[in-house]
Design a protein around this ligand. Structure first.
Ligand code: SAH
Length: 452
């Protein structure tokens, strides 16, 4: 996987290059930045981070229980357990060090899965029956097979031939059923179809591992709720909440006391938030499936009767916007169109405008994305400064990432107030720990609403 780069459509790549170029005098430096960025995006982070439920036990106690569970998972696969340790700064975060890439044999029998499934394998998942697109006619239960991700999204379910299209070998595994059972049984079977025994990257398979005690969450996403810093008893709005990773963290930090409103547009996804809250026994959150941009802002002092909410009702608002998600790792090929990429910034600004109406003076607005474009990140901060004078860029705590990137309209002091997770970037701060640097790409800006 070394030196491989995340593949983008030609016009998207050129657009990104031009966008970075416009902010710098040094063309060479910009090109090498983009290459480094796309290279690092094509491989998975070498650390898995788990947020621990410490409502009824100390993090040390939860750590001990999880360590034991993980050891069981690894010994089942004849793998040595990974290094596991608590994050030295974040009080409820357990870190697991993954291994890879390993040399893997090419087996005669080949299974094809879609890209999403393949990327999940690179972060430790097994393959569920529904994820299998193709398998040879003679695949039998117990066979060791090589698993490939179809990078073009062209393989149809039921394919029987070796896949000739663009593909990537994510590891080998053992078939848990015959080919005919995968494709011909009615109703379709469920559960694990291929157990990954020789993955390219060894990362713990964590599905179903004590969901009441841990939630796998990327470190920068965990940072959002620390920086938002919700307090017990406060009123918090999470505008784009599903599947609820940050919502559960917010409610936990509030010790389940106060009022959290979590919104997401899609019904199914809101069910996911509810189920995550239930697993952790969190009851201070009300979830709504609706368009957050359509919340009608009522008069100050009215009662909360959603979807009408009084103006300036909330103490803190998390605006974890829909974004182009180019910071997600690993990602080998992204077919996003230029039009779609360019549409995000305008859409995101609508969430920010709505949040400002709903936030009380003195309240906190946290804006975050899991992407790497300047347009959705640093340039949004410039736009806010130019268009929303009621929001003041505010220092964050804790800080584990690096400063905002160079961008016209941002001073060096303002860049220091921004927190960027950019695994490709050489930061002047050599002290940065590997587990804080080798993350997905992410952006966090914090604002306070001031009276104007
Ligand atoms: N905060 C979440 C991740 C959010 S991803 C977590 O930490 O788990 C962005 C979310 O925005 C998606 O789930 C998407 O369904 C939602 N979304 C997109 N447009 C929306 C809208 N108009 N109103 C509410 N939610 C929206």
């Amino acid at each position: 996987m070394e030196n491989r780069q995340l593949e983008l459509k030609e016009d998207v790549r050129s657009y990104l290059a031009a966008s970075f170029q416009a902010e710098s005098e040094d063309e060479e430096e910009c090109n090498s930045y983009l290459c480094g960025l796309l290279e690092v995006m094509s491989s998975p982070p070498m650390f898995t981070t788990l947020r621990l439920n410490t409502a009824t036990r100390s993090s040390r106690e939860v750590e001990a229980m999880i360590r034991e569970e993980i050891q069981k998972v690894y010994s089942l696969r004849n793998l040595d357990p990974p290094r596991i340790f608590l994050h030295p700064v974040l009080d409820n975060v357990l870190i697991l060090e993954n291994r890879g890439p390993q040399q893997i044999r090419k087996m005669e029998k080949e299974v094809i899965v879609d890209q999403n499934c393949g990327m999940a394998v690179l972060r430790g998942a097994d393959i569920f029956v529904q994820g299998i697109l193709g398998a040879p006619a003679n695949m039998l239960l117990g066979d060791t097979v090589s698993v490939y991700a179809d990078l073009d999204g062209k393989c149809l379910r039921g394919n029987m031939q070796p896949w000739k299209g663009s593909r990537f070998h994510v590891g080998n595994g053992v078939a848990q059923m015959d080919r005919d059972v995968v494709f011909k049984t009615k109703p379709a079977p469920s559960g694990v179809g291929i157990l990954m025994t020789e993955p390219l990257y060894e990362a713990p398979c964590l599905s179903d591992l004590r969901p009441d005690l841990i939630m796998a969450q990327n470190l920068p996403s965990i940072m959002c709720s620390y920086v938002l810093d919700p307090q017990p008893g406060e009123r918090i709005l999470d505008m784009c909440a599903a599947p609820g990773g940050k919502t559960t963290h917010i409610a936990s930090k509030m010790k389940n006391e106060g009022e959290v409103i979590a919104i997401d547009r899609s019904d199914n996804k809101v069910d996911k938030i509810k189920s995550n809250l239930e697993k952790w026994g969190l009851t201070c959150v009300s979830c709504y499936a609706c368009d957050a941009l359509k919340i009608s802002v009522g008069p100050i002092g009215g009662n909360v009767n959603f979807p009408e909410i009084p103006a300036e009702y909330f103490d803190r608002i998390l605006v974890d916007v829909p974004c182009s998600a180019l910071g997600q790792r690993p990602s080998l090929k992204n077919n996003i169109s230029l039009n779609s990429l360019q549409s995000y910034a305008g859409y995101q600004r609508k969430f920010i405008r709505k949040a400002v109406q709903l936030l009380r003076p003195g309240g906190v607005l946290l804006y975050s994305t899991c992407t790497v474009t300047l347009e959705e990140n640093e340039k949004q901060v410039v736009w806010i400064q130019d268009n929303l004078p009621g929001l003041s860029l505010t220092a964050q705590c804790p800080v584990l990432g690096s400063a905002g990137r160079k961008c016209r309209g941002l001073t060096d002091e303002q860049r220091q107030l921004i927190q960027v997770f950019d695994p490709s970037r050489d930061t002047p701060c050599d002290k940065m720990a590997d587990y804080d640097k080798d993350t997905i790409g992410f952006f966090i800006a914090k604002f306070t609403k001031i009276k104007i």
